[in-house]
Design a protein around this ligand. Structure first.
Ligand code: RB5
Length: 140
C-alpha cells in the first residue's frame, strides 16, 4: 500500500492524529511532516514541505488546519499540486475523478472526525477518470 504524506498546523493537529491512527489501522504507511504539538505554528511552512514531497514522490498528501482553507491556498501555489478542500464525501469523490486531486485539505474546526475519516477513505479509494479531464488539468 502507498505511503500517505500528512501535515497540519496547531489548528489541525488533533484531527491529523486521528487520521494517522485510522490510516495505519487500514495498513497505510504514513509520513508525518508535523507539527508535533498544539503549540502555535505557521501552516504555509507545513504546506510547502508536504507539497514538495508529493511532487517528488507522487504519493498523495493530506493537510489539516483549522479551516482547511489556508492549507489549500498555500499548497495550490506549487505547480503540479491540485489541493482540494473538502467538507463532504461527494466533493471528495468528484475531485479525485475529475481533478486528479493529489492533496486533500481538511479543517479540524469545520469537519468532525467521523466525517473527516469518511472523506479521507473515499478520496484515497477513488481513481482519476482521465480522458477529457486529463486534457483539462493539463490546461491549468
Ligand atoms: C490558525 O489559527 C488558523 O488560522 C489556521 O489553522 C487555518 O485555519 C488557516 O487557514
Amino acid at each position: 500500500m502507498s505511503t500517505i504524506l500528512i501535515g497540519s498546523d496547531h489548528g489541525g493537529y488533533n484531527l491529523k492524529n486521528e487520521i494517522i491512527k485510522h490510516l495505519k489501522e487500514q495498513g497505510y504507511e504514513v509520513e508525518d511532516f508535523g507539527c508535533y504539538s498544539t503549540e502555535s505554528c505557521d501552516y504555509p511552512v507545513i504546506a510547502k514541505e508536504v507539497s514538495e514531497a508529493v511532487l517528488k514522490t507522487a504519493n498523495k498528501g493530506i493537510l489539516v488546519c483549522g479551516t482547511g482553507i489556508g492549507m489549500s491556498i498555500a499548497a495550490n501555489r506549487f505547480d503540479g499540486i491540485r489541493a482540494s478542500h473538502c467538507t463532504d464525501t461527494f466533493t471528495a469523490r468528484m475531485t479525485r475523478m475529475h481533478n486528479d486531486s493529489n492533496i486533500l485539505c481538511l479543517g479540524e474546526r469545520i469537519t468532525g472526525t467521523g466525517l473527516a475519516i469518511d472523506i479521507v477513505d473515499i478520496w484515497l479509494k477513488t481513481d482519476f477518470e482521465g480522458g477529457r479531464h486529463l486534457k483539462r488539468i493539463n490546461m491549468i
